[in-house]
Design a protein around this ligand. Structure first.
Ligand code: SF4
Length: 225
């Protein structure tokens, strides 16, 4: 058994006859121990990396050994989103919506070069250069594609991260409700609603520099031809 899997704290001595029935631990340890050993991933894949994720779930690697065997088709029952594949501009509004629908505590793994930073398609007109532009990523797994072993290593890294959380400071347990991430808008290009004021400012500045080339719309965004 690894140290982080041990529930009971060694500084408290428990009588030998009770050692298999009684554990003394902090509340943080119990929360983290139970959460780290029952991470349910959301069942979706985006591209070739998803095949490796499927391989990690199958008999040879069997990530159920880490408590992740229950892949859920509903975001409301999932704890971890494994972004396995190329994140396109068409797909990111759906990914953000699914992330918002997951119950807290929730975690994100960026699996592979595409999800982490755009990968071989980074400069592509239709590709988001990293899912972390929109959702917070806890673990990045390098590779194109990462092997099933690499995904297992990423899951272990996530477990280690969970071990460091405290009920007092983790954002899930704060009294204020968490704010959902604004859903990106896909038009002629992808718009992040959080950037709207900066986009307006830039386009208005551009229209002042080149007034004859610009036309405005009802949102106040100026299109420069
Ligand atoms: S990182 Fe490589 S294997 Fe994974 S989705 Fe991108 S191109 Fe495919």
């Amino acid at each position: 058994m690894m140290d982080e899997d041990r529930l009971s704290r060694e500084e408290f001595s428990i009588p030998v006859e009770l050692q298999r029935q009684v554990a003394i631990a902090t509340l943080d340890k119990i929360y983290n121990w139970s959460r780290r050993n029952s991470l349910w991933p959301m069942m979706f894949g985006l591209a070739c990396c998803a095949i490796e994720m499927i391989g990690a779930a199958a008999g040879r690697y069997d990530f159920s050994r880490f408590g992740t065997e229950v892949m859920r088709p509903s975001p409301r029952q999932a704890d971890v989103m494994i972004v396995s594949g190329t994140v396109t501009k068409k797909m990111i509004p759906t990914i953000v919506r699914l992330y918002n629908q997951m119950g807290e505590p929730k975690y994100v793994i960026a699996m592979g070069a595409c999800a982490s930073g755009g990968g071989p398609f980074k400069e592509g007109y239709n590709v988001v250069p990293g899912v972390d532009r929109f959702v917070p990523v806890d673990v990045y797994i390098p590779g194109c594609p990462p092997t099933p072993q690499a995904l297992l290593y990423g899951l272990i890294a996530l477990q280690k991260k969970i071990d460091t959380e405290s009920i007092k400071t983790a954002r899930w347990y704060k009294k204020e409700p968490s704010v959902p991430i604004p859903i990106p808008v896909l038009g002629p290009d992808l718009i992040d609603p959080r950037d709207l004021s900066a986009i307006k400012e830039r386009s208005q500045k551009k229209s002042q520099e080149e007034p004859e080339a610009a036309t405005g719309d009802e949102e106040g965004i100026v299109h420069v031809s």
